[in-house]
Structure formats: structure tokens, C-alpha cells
Design a protein around this ligand. Structure first.
Ligand code: NIG
Ligand code: FE
Length: 415
């Protein structure tokens, strides 16, 4: 379909002005939710008003039109789940203890080894369909459950193979330092990581490197080294930091030129100002915090200080078996005290920037991709009706790739 016209929206989410690559501080709250329409041609937004000649008209009456959600931190593809481990956590066993006892990431690595490609792709494809139904039109994949040279390269290949099977755009991150593989010291494994960089680059499609800095994983010195590898290969640096304990990893990440620091549940307050002033996203993962009874990242404080605040699912079989961005927005709203416009900007334009995509998506602007979500009510309902899926229709490049029900279908009228 080459042209679509959206008419009579009660709210259209727009940035405070066009051309912003991300939103800091009160720029998030200054996004507007005004009534209106827009038109789309050949997959792009071409005007901020309806077009009577379009091939498809969408009656948006009473509803909100927002950019497709961008989930910039997931651990897809993985094999199976770890529900038993959640039971252990509910009995009060901490994540670190489960990991030290051979569970956690190592369990998912074993499952990955024992599962064939087709089955892993089938699970990831099913999750991508769930994500689409919850409005996610772009998402990140990570390796990290390979835990061997071949295993990590396989995970990256599977992430690449997932792309053509799903409606969304996918972006791959090589989480090459997630847990120390058996038989290696952290230093020894980092040598392997260094050696495998040419293969990671040659395999194609990887846009960032990632590392988990934690008492049960890697240290700041390894983060520095990962930063050097990223700089040397032109990949972005991302990192899991300050999740269960504080290691002052944020200044190290900033010095290494990180594009994002993710988790931050235990960030030291002294490290907030530098992050707030940096070109580095503060990626908050409220589902992991909520389900793991982790500490709460200072989301409000980071936002008010001017950081590029982002929300993401962290979808993984351990800390966050959650794929719904509306759920994450609702949790983020409550845990950090964020308003509707703030959670939306954190899940769209700022998430796009984290993935290096904000030039072509993440906000409703003329010339950007028409990745759009039609909600079944006003935007404030997303956080308020926690657990309700507010997505009526999801559009990818102007195509209605997910239509929830008859009522949503009735909103689409072909000429
Ligand atoms: O982002 N923290 C490290 N990695 C994941 C958890 C991975 C797992 O438990 O399988 C996270 O929370
Ligand atoms: Fe993660």
C-alpha cells in the first residue's frame, strides 16, 4: 500500500521541535499530544495532515497516534525459560547466589547449546510477534548466552537470521562478556573476545559491543578493554552496569565513550551529573528491578538532571521475562515518577538514539519512517491501565502489520 491517511486523532505525539536527535530533561515533558492527522506515502510520513486521496484511511477518532515503540535492550534470541529460578527468588534467594550456584546465565547457555537453530528461532519469532502486538516496531537482539567463541558467533548468526522472519527492524549487539565461561578467568576470556573481533565484524550486522560489569561477572578494567575494542572497530559500546552492586562503572563507561549505560539501579548519586551531561543514554529496566526486587534506579533524578533517559524491557529468561513496552512504561511511570510524555519519549526517540536510528525513526516528523502505533485511548492510559495492552493497530513503514480486533479493523477503510 503506497499511501495512508490518518484522520481525527485526539492526540498525536510530537517532539518539542523537529530535528532533535534525543530528548533531555524537560524536552520530554514538552512533547505535545495535540489533535490532528497525518499522511504517509511509500513508508514515510509526508505531511502532518490527512490526505483525502490516500489509498487507505484510518479513522483515529478518540485515540492517540504515537511512534512505534523501540525496545533498545533485549536478550533475544534465547532458549527456553527459567521459571524455577523465579520461584527461588520468590523464596528470597538472591540472583547472585543463584548464579554462583551454577544457575542464571549458565543455565540459559546450557539450554542454548542443547537447542537447535530452528527451535530457538521459533521461540524468538513468537516473542517478536508478542512484541509487535504490544507496539514494538524496532528491537535490539543480544548474544551473551553462547559463552564460547562458537556459541557467541552462533547467537549473533541467529539474531541476524531472525531479522527477515519478523515484521520489526532488528539491531544486533554482541554481548561478548556476559558471564565468564567455564574454564576461563575473566582476563582469559577477554583475550578470546579480543581474538574473535575480526569474525564478529566479518559476520556483519553487529552494531554494538556489550559487557556485564558486576561482582559475578566482569570488572571495570574489562569495560575499559571492551571500550578499546569498540573504538577500534567503530562499534558502539553499551554496558550492563550498577545492577546489583555499585562499582562506579559509569565514569569508566563515559571515559570509554559508551553510547549507553544500562540498569543503573545502584548508581552512586555522585556519578549522576557526569552522566546527565554526556552523550550517553541512561537505559532503565524497570521490569528487571520490579521482578528481581532490585534497587530502583534514580530515574526521576537522572531525567531532571538532563540525562538521555530510556526505557526498555531487558527481555531475557532470567531477570525480565517481559516483552511488553506498555508494561515497562507503566512500571517506569510508577517506579520513577515519570509522566505519560516522559515514558513515551524514553521508549521512542531516546531509544532510537541509543540504537543509532533517531535520524529516521522514533518520532512523528515529516520524512521519518511511518512506524506508528494507534492506541485504543489517550496516551495517559498506557501507564494508568497497567497490564492492559493499549495497542489497537501497529504500522511498520506505513503497513498495518498488526490489527488487534474487529473494532481496530473497522478503523481501516480502503478507497
Ligand atoms: O540484563 N545482567 C545481566 N544480564 C541480564 C540477565 C541475564 C540472565 O539472567 O539471563 C540482565 O538483567
Ligand atoms: Fe540486559
Amino acid at each position: 500500500m503506497s499511501s495512508v491517511s490518518f484522520e481525527g486523532a485526539q492526540q498525536i505525539l510530537r517532539p518539542p521541535r523537529d530535528g532533535l536527535e534525543h530528548l533531555r530533561g524537560d524536552e520530554l515533558a514538552r512533547q505535545t499530544l495535540e489533535p490532528g492527522g497525518l499522511s504517509v506515502r511509500d513508508g514515510l510520513i509526508i505531511a502532518l495532515e490527512p490526505d483525502a486521496r490516500a489509498a487507505l484511511t484510518v479513522d483515529v477518532g478518540g485515540c492517540a497516534l504515537v511512534p512505534g515503540f523501540i525496545d533498545c535492550h533485549t536478550h533475544l534470541p534465547f532458549a527456553g525459560w527459567r521459571a524455577g529460578e523465579y520461584e527461588q527468588k520468590l523464596r528470597g534467594e538472591p540472583y547472585e547466589e543463584i548464579a554462583r550456584g551454577g544457575g542464571g546465565i549458565a543455565t540459559s547457555a546450557r539450554a542454548m547449546r542443547q537447542t537447535g537453530d530452528a527451535q530457538i528461532l521459533e521461540q524468538a519469532g513468537g516473542l517478536a510477534a508478542e512484541m509487535l502486538a504490544a507496539g514494538t516496531t524496532t528491537f535490539e537482539c543480544k548474544s551473551g548466552y553462547g559463552l564460547s567463541r562458537d556459541g557467541e558467533l552462533r547467537a549473533l548468526r541467529l539474531a541476524r537470521e531472525l531479522g527477515p522472519h519478523v515484521e520489526q527492524t532488528t539491531i544486533s549487539t554482541a554481548l561478548l562478556a556476559h558471564a565468564t565461561p567455564e574454564g576461563y578467568s575473566a582476563d582469559g576470556w577477554m583475550e578470546v573476545v579480543q581474538e574473535m573481533m575480526p569474525e564478529v565484524i566479518e559476520s556483519g550486522g553487529v552494531s554494538a559491543l556489550d559487557i556485564f560489569v558486576e561482582s559475578i561477572a566482569f570488572e571495570n578494567c574489562h569495560l575499559e578493554l571492551m571500550g578499546e575494542l569498540a573504538a577500534g572497530t567503530g562499534l558502539a559500546l553499551r554496558c550492563h552496569v550498577e545492577q546489583f552492586s555499585s562499582h562506579h562503572s559509569v565514569p569508566v563507561a563515559l571515559h570509554a565513550g559508551a553510547r549507553s549505560v544500562d540498569h543503573l539501579s545502584m548508581i552512586d548519586p555522585d556519578d549522576i551529573p557526569a552522566l546527565a551531561g554526556a552523550r550517553c543514554a541512561a537505559v532503565l529496566l524497570p521490569a528487571a528491578e520490579f521482578l528481581g526486587a532490585e534497587h530502583r534506579a534514580p530515574g526521576r533524578e537522572l531525567l531532571d538532571a538532563g540525562a538521555i533517559v530510556v526505557l526498555a524491557t531487558d527481555a531475557n529468561p532470567g531477570t525480565a521475562p517481559v516483552v511488553s513496552m506498555p508494561m515497562v512504561m507503566g512500571l517506569g511511570a510508577r517506579l520513577y515518577g515519570l509522566q505519560a510524555r516522559e515514558v513515551l519519549g524514553a521508549s521512542t526517540l531516546n531509544a532510537a538514539w541509543t540504537l543509532g536510528l533517531s535520524h529516521d525513526r522514533g518520532s512523528i516528523e515529516v520524512g521519518k519512517r511511518a512506524d506508528l502505533v494507534l492506541l485504543d485511548g489517550p496516551a495517559e492510559m498506557i501507564s494508568y491501565r497497567l497490564g492492559h495492552n493499549p495497542v489497537a493497530i501497529a504500522f511498520v513503514a506505513g503497513e498495518p502489520v498488526y490489527v488487534r480486533d474487529q473494532a481496530a479493523a473497522a478503523r481501516l477503510a480502503r478507497r
